[in-house]
Design a binder for this molecule. Structure first.
Ligand SMILES: C[S@@+](CC[C@H](N)C(=O)[O-])C[C@H]1O[C@@H](n2cnc3c(N)ncnc32)[C@H](O)[C@@H]1O
Length: 374
């Protein structure tokens, strides 16, 4: 069923995974309710919020909040330090800052994309009563004194720099939603570990795990073929400082710290991400990368019209149109499928969307990890 269609992604250039590759062509068109509308990556992320909020696994979320509340009193003299990687337009950051009980939090919102960060600043400003400048935000309300730092950077470069500047291991909590699959999972985990304080937590929700289905069936064979090819395109090639490229078979955690000089060299190497296996690979590689799994659970996306109104919730029709756009962008002109067959399939799916019949099911996993003491 078609080969793997790798595209080289320059470090930090582009979002990951088949469902997020279109960030770099942010002005292509897509279709909602029969109208042609401009594709915008920040708008896609905003439309995704209701889908993610429904999907996140409630027990893992509660375990996350409880585990954080155990950490905070250990260091009463300083704020809780949280880093969110690939934070997009800031919706999860807002939810976390809303729900964590800590009085003082330093929250770093990191994303490689400036448009997403601009939207994050605006949206967080509006929902959190935050005063924002270009790079910082402050929430000073009764019982809350939070500082929010907005950083435009690539995760690996950020990790290299932060480690050099402050000897690494500085965050109590690292959050990353739908982001780990930009790199091979064991490398993402090593990068996260290199930035975590001893006993620190990594909350990693909504990681794709092997199933994307549009319903109802258009044509069984064509549906399967297109979804399999689409998953193949999620395996991306990424260039990274060669010192991060460690052996994934190092399962005992003995190499879980980066080697001396990691990040300091100028040599880059190409690595291939695990694509649609990302969710389960977080569980497979956690131990070898020096983490214990605190909890894990499914966080499937299920998008369908609300049965009472017959309409999609919020902006979820736009979200679905973006998902079709991602499939189109991943598979058009890449030689794996006849373009006219793909166009026909997309046209039928878009008609289903216009008629409020289209459904989407994506299997994802949420994982909560704690760094094991060395
Ligand atoms: C699928 S989106 C997820 C956004 C957000 N976490 C959410 O779930 O809505 C992936 C995000 O990671 C960012 N990103 C992609 N590659 C990155 C990298 N190398 N370093 C930092 N951020 C990156 C993208 O700009 C995008 O905002």
């Amino acid at each position: 069923m078609g080969g793997v269609h790798n595209r080289t992604v320059a470090s930090g250039d582009r979002a990951n995974g088949g469902r997020r590759i279109s960030q770099h062509i942010s002005h292509h068109s897509t279709y909602v309710a029969g109208c042609t509308v401009t594709f915008s990556y920040p708008r896609y992320l905003e439309a995704k919020r209701t889908v993610d909020d429904r999907a996140r696994h409630p027990r893992v979320w509660t375990a996350f909040l409880e585990a954080v509340s155990d950490i905070a009193p250990e260091n009463p003299e300083r704020p809780l330090r949280v880093l969110e990687i690939g934070a997009g337009v800031g919706d999860l950051a807002t939810k976390i800052l809303d729900e964590l009980e800590s009085e003082a939090i330093d929250y770093t919102v990191l994303d490689v994309n400036a448009d997403n960060l601009d939207r994050a600043r605006e949206r967080m400003g509006a929902s959190l009563d935050m005063e924002a400048t270009q790079s910082d935000g402050v929430v000073a309300t009764p019982g809350r004194s939070h500082r929010i730092r907005f950083v435009k950077d690539d995760i690996a470069s950020f990790a290299n720099r932060d480690r050099e500047e402050v000897d690494g291991r500085i965050y109590d909590v690292i959050v990353g939603q739908a982001i780990i699959d930009i790199l091979p999972t064991h490398i993402s985990l090593r990068i996260i570990r290199s930035l975590l304080a001893a006993g620190g937590l990594a909350y990693l929700p909504i990681h794709v795990d092997g199933l994307t289905e549009f319903e109802p069936t258009v044509n069984h064979d064509m549906d399967d073929c297109i979804m399999n090819l689409y998953h193949d395109t999620m395996q991306r090639v990424y260039s990274i400082d060669e010192s991060w490229k460690l052996d994934p078979s190092d399962a005992d955690g003995s190499n879980s710290d980066p080697p001396d000089g990691a990040g300091a060299g100028n040599e880059t190497v190409s690595v291939q991400s695990d694509g649609a296996r990302c969710g389960r690979d977080l569980l497979v590689y956690a131990n070898g990368a020096g983490f214990e799994i605190v909890d894990a659970g499914s966080s499937d996306w299920l998008v369908r019209p609300d049965p009472t109104t017959g309409r999609y919730v919020g902006q979820e029709d736009y979200f679905l149109s973006c998902m079709l756009h991602f499939v189109e962008d991943a598979l058009s002109d890449n030689g794996s499928i006849d373009d006219s067959q793909l166009e026909d399939w997309l046209a039928r799916r878009r008609r289903q969307l216009e008629d409020s019949e289209l459904m989407l099911l994506v299997h994802n996993l949420d994982v909560l990890l704690r760094q094991r003491s060395p």
